[in-house]
Design a protein around this ligand. Structure first.
Ligand code: NIG
Ligand code: FE
Length: 423
């Protein structure tokens, strides 16, 4: 095959494909068998899409007459799909290092929240911040995620809790998506907390009557693009009834449902999400057996967040029960001022050690299944022909080093490639 291509990555010791067999996700035994080619190569075209992936010898022969803008000799190294982070809150001002100290001294997440800190603290600082300051910090955080191997990331609003700041956050996310190579899936999370001085009913009314209609106008006019809708469904935050009405209204506008549920109390969020056809539900530390069964049937992904359970010393999400029930398990960093972690390799490590996932399961959860949670698995999440050429080149002879090594990824991840470009 002769022609001009953007990138050839050749002679990799291992290439991890993550075979989905045409499916948009993988479950159960599929998560144990990720299809690994020993001594493989990958070709990415000028359109940024994968043209070929296979044994180095075959690809070498097929593309011998071709020219490439860039060639990476990956001898002794491994190639993996770019990582997908299915849950982050990366737009905010004002850190909460002081609250970390309070929590280490024994305060719970909700103690801090009720005392007016937590999300409320961040809301105050984010409302006061200008767009350019928010954009600058967001760019820094996304660059850090990218450096740790994330090539597609979900980004939520949710530190405004009123129209103006929520829109400001979504605009900043969109702007960052234009400025940086990393792929973004954006989420409106206006129901992240009940604003101070308002009741749940008043907050819900404001979202339904003011925020969502304005969002819809902006989306229809093509001046703002948003992919998902989120609600923090929790005792003392949004109850099941208000959660249902907000998610349904978002769905009616064409947004994918992707929300926080069953984190601190069993709320039957999983059953609600399954009923509404949610793409994903995050957290699920307190999900019930019925909730697990409902999610498996509805093919609603479970986005598990090992950093949060670790930092807040919560019970671990029941990853094994979910995997055995056939739930589509995905992973996210939950990057936010409470859980300051930009690294999906650390998230996978925690998922393996604390949630008892195997390394292949964790990698599938941080690639194809996380892409599925964002409805992007047609184009992202595995190294298959016609998908985006997003990959990592790892300076190790076995791919598992990405999870085994705790931290120090600057050294380990030699190249991050997005749409065939080294970033
Ligand atoms: O997913 N649980 C709600 N939201 C975030 C925390 C946000 C914050 O504390 O600022 C989470 O953990
Ligand atoms: Fe969250």
């Amino acid at each position: 095959m002769s022609g001009n291509y953007r990138l050839l990555v050749k002679n990799a010791q291992q290439v991890v494909l993550i075979c989905s067999d045409g499916e948009k996700f993988i479950t159960k035994h599929g998560m144990q068998n990720l299809c690994v080619i020993e001594n493989g190569s990958v070709v990415i075209g000028r359109d940024g899409l994968i043209k070929a992936v296979g044994p180095a010898e075959t690809i070498g022969a097929q593309y011998s007459g071709s020219s490439f803008d860039n060639v990476i000799d990956a001898a002794g190294m491994c190639v993996l799909p770019g990582l997908v982070d299915a849950h982050t809150h990366p737009v905010w001002a004002g850190d909460r290092v002081h609250e970390f100290a309070m929590k280490l001294a024994g305060a719970t997440y909700m103690d801090v929240h009720r005392a007016g800190g937590g999300i409320h603290f961040t809301v105050e600082h984010t409302r006061a911040a200008g767009s350019s300051a928010l954009l600058a910090s967001l760019r820094g955080r996304l660059a850090r995620m990218q450096r740790a191997g994330t090539t597609l990331v979900e980004c939520k609003s949710g530190y405004g809790l009123e129209l103006q700041t929520e829109i400001k956050m979504l605009e900043v996310i969109e702007e960052a998506g234009r400025a940086l190579p990393i792929n973004i899936s954006s989420t409106y999370c206006g129901a992240h907390a009940v604003p101070k001085g308002k009741t749940v009913a008043e907050a819900t009314e404001d979202i339904l009557q003011v925020q969502l209609p304005r969002l819809k106008e902006r989306m229809s006019a093509g001046t703002l693009s948003v992919d998902n809708i989120d609600v923090f469904c929790e005792e003392g935050v949004f109850d099941l009834r208000s959660t249902r009405s907000i998610l349904q209204a978002g769905k009616d506008m064409g947004l994918n449902i992707n929300f926080h549920g069953d984190e601190l109390h069993p709320m039957n969020s999983a059953q609600l999400g399954a009923e509404l056809g949610a793409s994903a539900i995050s957290h699920l530390e307190e999900v019930t057996d019925e909730g697990i069964a409902a999610m498996a049937t509805a093919r609603t992904a479970a986005v598990l967040l090992p950093t949060t359970a670790y930092i807040l010393r919560l019970p671990q999400p029941r990853a094994r029960d979910m995997l055995e029930a056939g739930v589509i398990v995905a992973l996210g960093s939950d990057f936010n001022p409470n859980a300051y972690c930009c690294s999906m390799p650390i998230v996978m490590h925690l998922a393996c050690v604390n949630m008892k996932m195997s390394m292949p399961e964790a990698l599938a959860a941080a690639t194809i299944n996380a892409a599925y949670a964002l409805r992007r698995s047609d184009t992202h999440g595995s190294l298959e022909v016609n998908k985006h050429g997003d990959l990592l080149v790892l300076n190790a002879a076995r791919w598992e080093h990405l999870i085994y090594q705790l931290g120090g990824h600057q050294e380990l991840i030699r190249y991050v490639v997005i749409k065939g470009n080294v970033v």
